[in-house]
Design a protein around this ligand. Structure first.
Ligand SMILES: [Zn+2]
Length: 166
């Protein structure tokens, strides 16, 4: 015996037992399988595997209206989320990123020479060997930064300090 969950053309879902899969095919073809709700013979297998050894875990209430009708709801409630909300999941990486950027900035500020708005000029001079090679930092306009990049001079924007308020 094999049990199929069937659905009629009106959308009613019900279960029926058959001696075999081919018996199901034959009986539905001859219109012998009808919907218990609306008597429609236009039934087909619901899009799920035939039940052979189902466990409670696999039960889907929507597929078994006849079996579960009238019973009080006993479904396991969804587990409560251990976290209060999405905030920690977003804030944590951002906090780490900010700490990382702060560390980068502090490293640059403590090891590089501040050249102010002469940055592009100095970077170019160092690149072409006209000035002593050393790490520098300073201010550059987006236009200057693009020009440096086009000349193959590697520069990177310094992460803004949280203290900076321009
Ligand atoms: Zn029906």
């Amino acid at each position: 015996m094999i049990r199929y969950t069937l659905v009629c053309d009106a959308g009613h879902s019900f279960e029926s037992w058959f001696p075999s899969g081919s018996a199901y095919d034959e009986q539905t073809e001859r219109g012998l399988v009808t919907c218990p709700v609306c008597d429609s013979a236009k039934v087909s297998k619901a899009p799920m595997a035939p039940a052979v050894a189902r466990t409670d875990r696999d039960r889907r209430p929507a597929a078994e209206p006849s079996a579960s009708a009238g019973l009080p709801a006993v479904a396991n409630p969804p587990p409560t989320a251990p976290v209060a909300g999405p905030m920690p999941m977003i804030a944590e990486p951002e906090r780490r990123l900010r700490a990382l950027l702060k560390a980068v900035r502090e490293h640059v500020v403590s090891t590089a020479e501040h050249v102010g708005d002469r940055f592009a000029e100095e970077a170019r001079a160092i690149h072409y060997g006209d000035a002593e090679g050393r790490p520098i930092y300073g201010e550059a306009t987006p236009h200057e930064a693009r020009e440096l990049a086009e000349e193959g001079i590697e520069v990177m924007p310094l992460p803004p300090s949280p203290d900076d308020r321009h």
